[in-house]
Design a protein around this ligand. Structure first.
Ligand code: DAH
Length: 344
C-alpha cells in the first residue's frame, strides 16, 4: 500500500498536460469513479482499524495532492491560452465600422434652420396631433373648405365641434406662436405633416414642412420679398433669382407662390425645371388680418408675413431625387448616398 501511494504521489508531481482535454483525462484517471486514487479509497474501507490508522492521513493527502495538481494545471493552461490570444499582431489595421449618415430631409431642415437663425428667427414646434381650431379655424379656413374633408385630412376624433386630427400643415404652429409669444414674433417651425393622399412618386401621406412667421409693426410685402430672396441665395447660391406669382391661401392676403431660378440649367431650361428655367419652392403672403385678430393681435397696429415650404421638395431640387417614396423607405443604398454630407 505504502509503495502504491508513493508511486502515485510521484506520478502526480510529474504530471504535465498541455491542454484542457489532457487535464480532464488525468483527472478521470486519478479521481474519476474508476480512478486510481478512488480505487485506493475503496480498498482502504476494508482495512483493519490499525491499518486505517496507519494509512488514513497519507491516503487523504494523496487525494488532496491530486486535486490540487489538477487545479494548478487548469490555471496554467488557461493563462497560456490567454497569452496565446494576445500574440495577435496589434499593428494590423482594425475592422472598419460603418458610419451612419444623416437623412436628406434632416440635412435640408438643418440648413434652413441655420439660415433663418442668422436672420434672427427662433425655432418653434407644435403638436402633430392638433385640433381643427389651430389647423383650420384660426387660419381663416371657411367652414366647408375641402381641406376639412375626410378625403384630405386624417381625423383622430370626429363628431365634435373641435375634432382632433393629424396636422395637414405646419401653419398651425404659427397660430400657437401668435397665442403664446410676445410681439414682435420671428419664428420658423419645422415639422412633420400628414395628408390623406395615395402614395406615389409625387405624393405621400407623410412629409415635412418649414413654416416661417414674422410679425411686427410696419412689416410690408417688400420685407417678405427681401427675406425670401436672401434665403433663396443662401440656400441655392448667390446668383439665384426669385419670381413671385399671385396665389391664394385662406390665411394670407395677398398671397404668392415663389419660384427660384433653376440651379441646374441657370434659367436656360432643362428637364428638372421642365424647360421653364424656374422651380417652385414655397407659398407665402401677408398674414390675413382675420388670422391676427383670431389670435388676439391688433391688426391695425401689427402686420406680418408668413411662408411655408416642403422639405422633400427642397431636397428633391438639391439632389434631383425624382421619387418621393425614396425618403420614406429607408433603403440603405439611397441613404448612404448622403454620407459625404456628414460632419465628424
Ligand atoms: N400651409 C401651406 C401648405 O401647406 C403652405 C403655406 C403657404 C404656408 C403660404 C404659409 C403661407 O405660411 O403664407 O400648402
Amino acid at each position: 500500500m505504502k509503495a502504491r501511494i508513493e508511486n502515485l504521489l510521484a506520478q502526480i508531481k510529474e504530471l504535465k498536460c498541455s491542454n484542457a482535454k489532457e487535464i480532464e483525462e488525468a483527472r478521470v484517471r486519478l479521481l474519476g469513479k474508476k480512478g486510481e486514487v478512488t480505487a485506493l479509497f475503496e480498498e482502504f474501507r476494508s482495512f483493519s482499524p490499525e491499518l486505517k490508522k496507519e494509512f488514513g492521513r497519507t491516503i487523504n493527502e494523496l487525494k488532496q495532492a491530486a486535486a490540487a495538481k489538477i487545479e494548478e494545471l487548469k490555471s496554467t493552461v488557461s493563462q497560456e491560452q490567454v497569452s496565446e490570444g494576445s500574440k495577435e499582431d496589434l499593428s494590423m489595421p482594425g475592422t472598419p465600422f460603418e458610419l451612419g449618415s444623416r437623412h436628406p430631409v434632416s440635412i435640408v431642415r438643418q440648413e434652413i434652420v441655420d439660415i433663418f437663425r442668422k436672420f434672427g428667427y427662433d425655432v418653434a414646434e407644435g403638436p402633430e396631433i392638433e385640433d381643427d381650431y389651430h389647423v383650420f379655424e384660426a387660419l381663416n379656413f371657411p367652414q366647408n373648405h375641402p381641406a376639412r374633408d375626410m378625403q384630405d385630412t386624417f381625423f383622430v376624433s370626429a363628431g365634435h365641434p373641435n375634432p382632433l386630427l393629424l396636422r395637414t400643415h405646419t401653419s398651425s404652429v404659427q397660430v400657437r406662436a401668435m397665442e403664446t409669444m410676445k410681439l414682435p414674433i420671428r419664428v420658423i417651425c419645422p415639422g412633420r405633416v400628414f395628408r390623406n393622399e395615395a402614395i406615389s412618386a409625387r405624393a405621400h401621406c407623410i412629409f415635412h414642412q418649414v413654416e416661417g412667421l414674422y410679425i411686427d409693426e410696419n412689416v410690408t410685402f417688400a420685407d417678405l420679398k427681401q427675406a425670401i430672396l436672401l434665403f433663396a441665395r443662401e440656400m441655392f447660391g448667390p446668383e439665384t433669382q426669385i419670381r413671385m406669382r399671385p396665389s391664394y391661401f385662406p390665411f394670407t392676403e395677398p398671397s404668392s407662390e415663389i419660384d427660384v431660378s433653376c440651379n441646374i440649367c441657370h434659367g436656360k431650361g432643362c428637364n428638372i425645371c421642365k424647360g421653364t428655367g424656374w422651380l417652385e419652392i414655397m407659398g407665402c403672403g401677408m398674414v390675413d388680418p382675420n388670422v391676427l385678430e383670431a389670435s388676439g393681435i391688433d391688426s391695425s397696429k401689427y402686420s406680418g408675413f408668413a411662408f411655408g415650404m416642403g422639405l422633400e421638395r427642397i431636397a428633391m431640387l438639391k439632389w434631383q431625387v425624382n421619387d418621393l417614396r425614396h425618403y420614406f423607405e429607408n433603403d440603405l443604398r439611397f441613404l448612404s448616398e448622403f454620407k459625404t454630407s456628414i460632419e465628424v
